[in-house]
Design a protein around this ligand. Structure first.
Ligand SMILES: CC(C)(COP(=O)(O)OP(=O)(O)OC[C@H]1O[C@@H](n2cnc3c(N)ncnc32)[C@H](O)[C@@H]1OP(=O)(O)O)[C@@H](O)C(=O)NCCC(=O)NCCS
Length: 148
């Protein structure tokens, strides 16, 4: 694949991300919800694009004091397994480090092997399980954390 470029999310990206959310999740974020994050000073959202400026994926995170929580990460299915997810997560870790974040948390469905492997490959550690955290379908969440 072409080079993967990472940018801050802009209002020109949100419709495409809302489409990606619908492709991936049973309770997708809407365009309006994504647009709100652009004016949220705690929000750090990034997009990955190829050389043709096509949106490949995105990651969202909230920073509060010295802790961060990943809201979501998704890559269009035709661009998966090409390092896009890892590039997005690396950009987020760099931003978190620059902002003096000490710990990053996230939840993931316990059946979501690709995402769990991605997080573990970037040194996130499993710290607990939240029973029946997810709906549509009901499923436990694994809580993972990254410490700087
Ligand atoms: C999870 C997701 C973002 C990964 O994105 P991606 O661009 O395919 O990931 P990468 O190509 O950067 O892969 C990075 C690592 O993830 C793991 N991984 C990715 N896809 C995998 C798969 N299908 N099976 C097993 N492990 C996988 C591997 O450990 C891989 O490292 P490696 O290439 O050194 O083996 C993508 O699968 C996706 O969008 N899924 C749907 C949305 C979703 O579930 N988001 C997570 C919500 S918590």
């Amino acid at each position: 694949m072409d080079k993967i470029n990472i940018f801050k999310m802009s209002c020109d990206d949100t419709l495409k991300i809302a489409e990606l959310e619908k492709e991936c999740f049973s309770l997708p974020w809407s365009n309006d919800a994504l647009l709100e994050e652009i004016n949220n000073s705690n929000a750090h959202f990034f997009v990955a694009k190829n050389e043709s400026d096509e949106l490949l994926g995105y990651i969202g995170c909230h920073f509060v004091l010295d802790e961060a929580s990943v809201t979501n990460i998704a890559v269009f299915s035709k661009y998966r397994n090409k390092g896009v997810g890892k590039a997005l997560l690396k950009a987020l870790l760099k931003e978190a480090q620059n902002s003096k974040i000490s710990k990053i948390y996230l939840e993931v469905r316990e059946s979501n092997t690709p995402a769990i492997n991605l997080y573990k490959s970037m040194n996130f550690k499993e710290i607990s399980v939240r029973k029946n955290f997810y709906s549509k379908p009901t499923e436990n969440a694994l809580i993972l954390a990254f410490e700087f």
